[in-house]
Design a protein. Sequence first.
Length: 166
Amino acid sequence: MELPKTEQELQQIINDAVKVAVDELTSKHNGEMANLRTKHASELKKAKEEASMSADELAQKKAEELAQANAQELAELRAFKRETLIRDKITSAGLPSYFVHDSRLLSAEEGDLDKIIKTVKTEYEGTLPKGNTHSTVVQTGGTPPKNDQTQVYEQVGNAIGNIFKK
């Protein structure tokens, strides 16, 4: 960007930046106010509808809203219970806890859950390394292999022995 050469150019750049910022804030404010107006309009409409309803209709509407809230809470509790059941079963099967989110387990029927856990376990165990991960060779007789630590101990021992010989 080229620097302004005169004070008028500088003032023009400042005015343009201020105008952009003001326009942006105005549009943001207008959007927020429109959201508030629509929210209040819907609340007002609901209040008018409730005022025009008879006591029986109002009671029925409240009962329907309560039934919907209860149904949603029941669904959430069932989902929590199912996840807890799956977590317990995979823990007892010796599987890692991230298998709780396996889609096969989440979509399984209650009776098929144990069979699917067995399938998942065999697949998981198939990915684990087989055999010993450490050497099973046992040293018999002779001197043990020297590593850095044993060499350091040997050198320190020789140095201390030379000190006492003198």
